[in-house]
Design a protein around this ligand. Structure first.
Ligand SMILES: Nc1ncnc2c1ncn2[C@@H]1O[C@H](COP(=O)(O)OP(=O)(O)OP(=O)(O)O)[C@@H](O)[C@H]1O
Length: 582
């Protein structure tokens, strides 16, 4: 299906604006074509026949016509804009809503800069076409048809001469469109890459600076910038070659008209006024035809942009809520039955045949080397991804039996690096539960050991945070994230390396805070330090996505397995230090 057809649902509901705009356009075009007729009458009937007293009347009539044209032009422009602006308002909303429902799988490969350029520039290109391009196409068609009608009325042979040039113009326009459309697609893609470069650079500025890679980044930006320039120049080249050809054809036609028309006037087969009118009319045909290149250009840009918008709008939603999904409180009983997960088809499995049962209120520790699959387990509970095989149950029901919101509202996450929005600390804490009363926000902050440092800030809970929570230390950010998780009062709590960004003393404090928070909630603690999950009811030790060992700390510590190995590595230093101290 054609791009415009697919996007019809966004602009067609507002067709009334388009129709109003086109109706006004009809007037504008009709009045435009009246000009040469008035000119012809003035020359043939007034000037050549010495009827000068008629001039003031003609002038007044002309003035009124112009007034009517100005009014019609106003409505044409305004209604056209209303049509474009309202339609893309809906497109933008649909895009944003789609971005909210797209799964993590989509974002694994998506680039922020590119998405941003689609939501801004591509939407704008599309608006341009809806507001102006579309009606310009109609204007051109109307002008040509009406002008030709008047021409045929004046002189059939001359009108035929004018028409003879049209096939040439049509071929040039067609060839132009064929070449310029891919070129515009190239520009849009290149712009997306340029945006991605800038966005990644700004987001990763810490890394860039700490590794002194500024020059490398400037080089990479220059490459993208150059690519964008080249793409634009390539298009400009096509455009510049096309314009003179169009003009040449137009002018050749005008010369022919002048030669043959002059001959007809001299022979008395055509009035002088008619030739003059013909000359204006011919430019009403040639002008728009040449302009057709510009409109085709706009149309091509809009098509290329529309394709990019559709790529988002039609992106596959991997995680879809089932019909009849339930909305019921969750107690927090998590069960994995023989679960296998593969992120990318034909890639290695991230989890293989994982089975465990976590009754409500229990604490499950997850430990294992990096990439062993700890985080993947928690991502399946929230249904961020779906297993390839096996079942993930919450309170005895498969996770897909719940509404996505219900499921996720009952699961609180504290990640290694939690995202803080550039708003106040209060807004950040209550992000997951905006209705929560003030006392509970403060209580959550106190339980997360965050209240004291928040109160030391100049504006307390009203302190604005920079993008990505700039202006706070890692430990402070973390405690705000913990307070945020407490606010949603989850039945299941996931602490993914939650205390890795803090010093030992703060870790101890947070652990104390978390102990209280964990009460009555099923908690998954992902940690590299044994000290963080020693007290878990069950510890799952993962190796390459498989369950290598499971049990309580006391059982595992002498089990001759990977847990004991990790324990020895982490505690032998301490024993050595103790030994040397005694
Ligand atoms: N979104 C993803 N797309 C593709 N592969 C992924 C994705 N997330 C994780 N993986 C792969 O799955 C495996 C398990 O990753 P996971 O993040 O669960 O490990 P982890 O034990 O939590 O590691 P860490 O301790 O470093 O956080 C790894 O091999 C990882 O490369």
């Amino acid at each position: 299906m054609n791009t415009l057809e697919k996007l019809k649902q966004f602009y067609w509901p507002y067709k009334k604006y388009l129709i109003a705009s086109l109706f006004s356009l009809l007037f504008v075009v009709a009045i435009t074509v009246v000009y040469p007729i008035v000119l012809q009458l003035t020359i043939d009937e007034v000037v050549l026949k010495d009827r000068y007293p008629l001039i003031p009347y003609i002038a007044a009539g002309f003035f009124l016509i112009m007034l009517a044209k100005a009014t019609a032009t106003f409505f044409h422009q305004y209604m056209g804009d209303l049509f474009g602006i309202t339609s893309v308002y809906k497109v933008r909303e649909a895009l944003y809503e789609k971005l909210q429902v797209l799964s993590f799988k989509y974002y694994d490969n998506a680039r922020t800069g590119d998405i941003m350029s689609r939501l801004t520039t591509d939407v704008e290109m599309f608006r341009n076409f809806l507001s102006f391009g579309f009606s310009e196409l109609i204007r051109i068609t109307l002008l040509i048809v009406i002008s030709l009608g008047v021409m045929f009325y004046y002189s059939i042979p001359l009108a035929l001469i004018t028409m003879a040039s049209m096939p040439f113009l049509a071929v040039v326009v067609f060839m132009f469109d064929k070449r310029v459309h891919p070129a515009f697609r190239g520009i849009r893609k290149s712009f997306g890459r340029l945006n991605t470069r800038v966005q990644e650079n700004i987001s990763g500025m810490n890394t860039v600076k700490s590794l002194s890679r500024e020059d490398f980044e400037i080089g990479r930006f220059s490459d993208s910038n150059d690519n964008y320039r080249q793409n634009y120049l390539f298009t400009a080249n096509i455009w510049s070659k096309y314009m003179p050809v169009m003009e040449f054809i137009g002018n050749a036609c005008a010369v022919l008209l002048l030669a043959y028309g002059g001959y007809l006037v001299m022979n008395g087969n055509l009035n002088l006024g008619e030739l003059v009118a013909f000359f204006s009319l011919v430019w009403y045909i040639m002008g728009p035809l040449m302009n057709l290149g510009f409109v085709v250009n706009q149309f091509s840009q809009a098509k290329a942009s529309g394709e990019r918008l559709l790529e988002i709008l039609e992106a596959k939603e991997d995680i879809v809520e089932k019909d009849g999904a339930i909305d019921t409180p969750i107690k927090g009983h998590v069960t994995f039955n023989d679960v296998t997960l593969t992120y990318i088809k034909d890639d290695d499995t991230a989890l293989s045949n994982i089975t465990f049962d976590a009754p409500p209120g229990k604490i499950i520790g997850l430990i294992g080397s990096t990439g062993s699959g700890k985080t993947s387990i928690t991502q399946l509970i929230t249904r961020f991804y779906e297993p390839e095989k096996g079942e993930v149950l919450v309170d005895g029901r498969p996770v897909d039996a719940y509404k996505l919101k219900t499921l996720r509202q009952h699961i609180g996450f504290v990640l290694q690096e939690s995202f803080l929005f550039s708003t106040t600390i209060r807004e950040n804490i209550r992000y997951g539960n905006p209705q929560i009363p003030e006392e509970q926000i403060i209580d959550a902050a106190k339980r997360a050991q965050a209240h004291d440092f928040i109160m030391e800030m100049p504006n307390g809970y009203d302190t604005m945070l920079g993008e990505r929570g700039m202006g706070l230390s890692g430990g402070q950010k973390q405690r705000i994230a913990i307070a945020r998780a407490i606010c949603i009062n989850p039945s299941i709590l996931v602490l993914d390396d939650a205390t890795s960004a803090v010093d030992m003393e703060t870790e101890f404090k947070i652990q104390q805070a978390l102990k209280e928070v964990m009460k009555g909630r099923t908690t998954f603690i992902i940690a590299h330090r044994i000290s963080s999950l020693k007290h878990a009811d069950e510890i799952l030790v993962l190796e390459n996505g498989e369950m290598a060992e499971r049990g309580k700390h006391n059982e595992l510590v002498n089990n001759n397995g990977p847990y004991e190995r990790i324990y020895r590595i982490q505690y032998q230093d301490r024993e050595q230090i103790m030994d040397t101290a005694t």
